[in-house]
Design a binder for this molecule. Structure first.
Ligand SMILES: [Zn+2]
Length: 325
């Protein structure tokens, strides 16, 4: 009987559009000419992340029971630092533009080739999409947005490169506008040399061209299930930035149903920037699509912990004598 129920559940969910962060991978393959699927899960209320498991049992079980769920607070000791030089990363430019889709759960760019290689494994880039605000926390701090580049290996392993996005201040810190004396040049050179040795300061640089180009057309896909062609996309700017930093690596999960584990997370220490105007355009279409931070990897799923807490509270309530009004 249990098997029959399980089979019925699986049949019922097979045709449903997950439109998850894994769209375009083996977990949810993209068919040629397929219409843009719209997610059946959301981020608030009964279709929100506290109830994802119940939306499709047993497919989404890991959302409520998995012990290596993402996103997490990226604090010391939960990740391993890997220099980007230990990783091969290449992404093809898209001179004819790319399909940019509104899946209801996110907005996603369909990529046209790219390779990520580490630990003797090679992954192919499938797509990248956006979360607002960031899903991972940078040492306890939420960032304006987060970009997820989703890769898959021939052995059906998934890797996701996470990139925080902050709002650009528009200040170009390395511009010298006025003629300088020899002494000033010397002191400025020292200053710039010091700055270049550090990671870029979040939000202190100009906007990332790739993001400005993509979000210039986001208002044309304000309705879930629609798509548009972006202007030509140059990927080298972001790839070069990633290569100049490090990765915070850990083994986690998809941050959307079915919350599958075994995902190779590589969160970059480099940050992208978006102009205030583009951020507002992105926010008006994306709304809110960030799963709440999960428990420390290896610890019990936080929903199991809270279910026990709720049960204890209910018992406590029922055993407390009613007070006279
Ligand atoms: Zn994602």
């Amino acid at each position: 009987m249990a098997r029959l129920l399980q089979a019925l559940f699986l049949t019922a969910s097979a045709g449903r559009a997950l439109a998850s962060c894994a769209y375009g991978t083996f977990l949810h393959p993209r068919a040629e000419g397929e219409e843009v699927p719209v997610a059946t899960f959301g981020y608030t209320g009964v279709i929100g992340p506290h109830n994802w498991a119940a939306l499709e049992l047993p497919t989404n079980n890991a959302c409520a029971t998995g012990t290596r769920q993402s996103p997490i607070d990226m604090v010391a000791n939960v990740f391993e630092v890997i220099p980007a030089s230990d990783v091969t990363i290449e992404v093809n430019d898209m001179p004819d533009g790319a399909d940019f889709e509104n899946l209801g759960s996110t907005v996603e760019v369909i990529t046209q080739g790219g390779t990520l290689a580490f630990d003797g494994k090679t992954f192919e880039l499938q797509q990248f999409h956006f979360h607002l605000p960031s899903e991972h926390l940078d040492n306890g701090t939420s960032q304006a947005m987060e970009m997820h580049m989703v890769w898959q290996s021939a052995a059906a392993e998934i890797a996701v490169v996470g990139l925080y996005i902050n709002i650009a201040t528009g200040e170009v810190t390395t511009n010298i506008t006025a003629p300088a004396t020899k002494r000033e040049i010397t002191s400025r050179s020292r200053l710039f040399g010091k700055r270049q040795a550090q990671a870029p300061v979040a939000g202190a640089t100009g906007p990332t061209t790739l993001l400005e180009t993509i979000f210039s057309v986001v208002d044309q896909i304000s309705t879930p299930g629609t798509k548009v062609k972006t202007p030509p996309l140059v990927m080298s700017e972001v790839v070069d930035l990633i290569k100049a930093g490090s990765f915070q690596a850990y083994s986690g999960s998809l941050t959307t149903p079915p919350c599958s584990e075994g995902v190779n997370w590589r969160v970059s220490t480099q940050k992208l920037s978006i102009s205030p105007a583009s951020f507002v355009k992105a926010r008006d279409v994306i709304g809110f699509n960030s799963r709440f931070p999960q428990n420390t990897p290896g610890q019990p799923n936080i929903l199991m912990v809270s279910a026990l807490g709720s049960a204890a509270a209910a018992v406590s309530l029922s055993s407390t004598p009613a007070k006279a009004a």
